[in-house]
Design a protein around this ligand. Structure first.
Ligand SMILES: Cc1cc2nc3c(=O)[nH]c(=O)nc-3n(C[C@H](O)[C@H](O)[C@H](O)COP(=O)(O)OP(=O)(O)OC[C@H]3O[C@@H](n4cnc5c(N)ncnc54)[C@H](O)[C@@H]3O)c2cc1C
Length: 473
């Protein structure tokens, strides 16, 4: 039986890569001064820069790597078709501004494919078994929801019903590692309950990294230009890069919570402990994709089929098969198992993926592998992980990260209180930080004259636990 997206979303009450690496950006020489410097050209940085440009202020985005997109990275080189090495879906089409912008820029956006399937050993789950699984997800979600009635935050795992039977491991994978990059034991129940539903996933045929790069086309930006030091005060800021110093009246820092906490950028004076501790409590989970090009369709699956397995542990994966009718399949691993596997390197990751497919679909899959590639986001030096997830007790840290630090403003997915862990949240956070920075430099007279760039999204009602993004991530 196939689980439709609606089933997954209501049942779970929650399941959520740069053109051949970086074309399309408007590379400019690093200027000596700007009104606002944006550090990082991911979704948050591009959204911030666009908002600043709309206010007719001088902005420069500096990006450490050679491409635009950050954790949205579309690889068209390895397999000859767009392969999203990072984020794959955006959500909430009714309210998401990125979807309109994508259409306006000539890219094809389309609903993510319907139909997730469950494998039980070498066969697919029967209708009754699928219903049992959905019921288990509903019970697990309700139990985690109940945590919001308490005063003290706890881990999601501590709320799980003990009688999920054969579906316990799968439910843990779907709600924890696969949705957030962390196991349920490492996840704040408050953070998960507060998360806005990530419904109706939307894909970009050309890739989500391509989309962010496209939206950044008019933005002045300097690639391969890491910020090494930021000297800041309440009035101005100087950002040091290998290409020189940039003096500005404000800065927006969009680096990931792990990059911030790792101290990759030196601040003079040091930034206060409060935001640094908050970033550390919002550390990034682990989520990687192992891509296999399989000759002939040895799995016998349809275009864009998504498959999970009934597993008695979280040592499992999610398969996205025959991507866009191609012979490319991605096997996604996440959470503590994914972290351990990716630390062993690409050959170990590919070996796991082949062994996993063989277990579920038979020996033909191994013989059919023509090419492979695996992401290792935890080792990407300017990101250091996948998406932020709050540790138990750390939900308030998100708000702390939105507080100004002199004339610096933090942005990025970790700073979004309800859309954390998503591209949508990163985008909104960039717009929010740009508004704050523009206010700070007096470019907006007061909030009533601010451009309507940041419209608060309609919250899903009632608030629901984080959606294990349909065919997650
Ligand atoms: C494998 C994977 C799958 C995912 N799937 C989904 C999904 O399907 N849907 C979804 O909504 N979200 C998904 N996510 C999460 C999503 O990708 C992120 O939430 C989002 O892209 C974060 O954007 P950002 O702008 O906050 O940060 P980033 O994209 O990390 O941007 C920050 C930028 O700062 C740069 N930088 C760092 N240090 C410096 C420095 N010193 N100087 C200059 N630049 C610097 C980095 O290189 C980077 O480009 C996924 C993530 C991963 C890893």
């Amino acid at each position: 039986m196939t689980i439709t997206r609606r089933d997954f979303l209501s049942g779970s009450a929650a399941l959520a890569m740069t053109p051949a690496f970086g074309a399309g950006a408007r590379a400019v020489p690093v200027p000596r001064e700007a009104d606002i410097v944006v550090i990082g050209a991911g979704a948050a940085g591009i959204a911030a820069a666009r908002r600043i440009m709309a206010a007719n202020r001088k902005v420069i985005v500096i990006e450490a790597t050679g491409q635009v997109g950050g954790r949205c990275l579309t690889d068209t080189a390895t397999f000859g078709i767009p392969f999203d090495r990072g984020a794959r879906w955006i959500h909430n089409p009714d309210t998401n501004p990125m979807i309109r912008l994508a259409r306006g820029s000539g890219l094809d956006v389309q609903p993510a494919p319907l139909g997730q399937k469950i494998r039980i050993g070498r066969r697919f789950a029967r209708a009754g078994e699928t219903e049992e699984f959905l019921a288990a997800l509903v019970r697990a979600n309700r139990a985690i929801d109940d945590a919001s009635n308490g005063k003290v935050d706890v881990s999601c795992a501590s709320m799980l019903p003990k009688n999920l039977g054969d579906w316990a491991g799968t439910a843990e994978f779907v709600l924890g590692a696969n949705a957030t990059g962390k196991d349920l034991k490492d996840l704040s129940a408050f953070d998960k309950v507060r998360a806005q539903e990530r419904n109706a996933a939307i894909a970009c045929r050309q890739g989500l990294g391509t989309l962010i790069a496209k939206l950044g086309e008019q933005v002045p930006l300097a690639l391969s230009t890491p910020a090494s030091r930021v000297a800041w005060s309440g009035r101005d800021v100087t950002v040091e890069t290998p290409a020189g110093k940039i003096a500005a009246r404000a800065a927006i820092v969009t680096v990931s919570s792990n990059a911030l906490a790792a101290g990759n950028i030196k601040f003079t004076p040091d930034i206060p402990r409060r935001p640094l501790d908050a970033a550390a409590k919002l550390s990034l989970g682990s989520y990687d994709r192992i891509a296999l090009q399989l000759q002939g369709n040895p799995l016998g699956l349809a275009r864009d089929d998504v498959v999970i397995e009934q597993s008695n542990s979280t040592r499992t994966a999610l398969l996205f098969a025959n991507i866009g009718s191609s012979s490319l399949c991605s096997i996604d691993v996440a959470g503590s198992f994914g972290r351990e596997l990716s630390s062993q390197g690409e050959p170990a990751m590919v070996a796991f993926a082949v062994e996993w497919l063989t277990k579920l679909f038979g020996n033909e899959s191994a013989a059919a592998v023509r090419k492979s590639s695996a992401t290792r986001w935890n080792a990407a030096p300017f990101v250091l992980g996948a998406m932020s997830a709050a540790a138990p007790g750390a939900q308030p840290s998100r708000k702390i990260l939105t507080e100004p630090i002199g004339c610096m403003f933090l942005a990025g997915e970790a700073t979004h209180e309800t859309l954390w862990g998503t591209v949508d949240g990163a985008w909104e956070s960039g717009e929010r930080a740009a508004e704050a920075a523009l206010q700070k430099i007096g470019a907006l007279r007061d909030s009533s004259t601010a451009a309507p760039a940041v419209k608060p999204r309609r919250r899903g009602a009632p608030p629901r636990p984080a959606t294990p993004r349909a065919p997650a991530n």
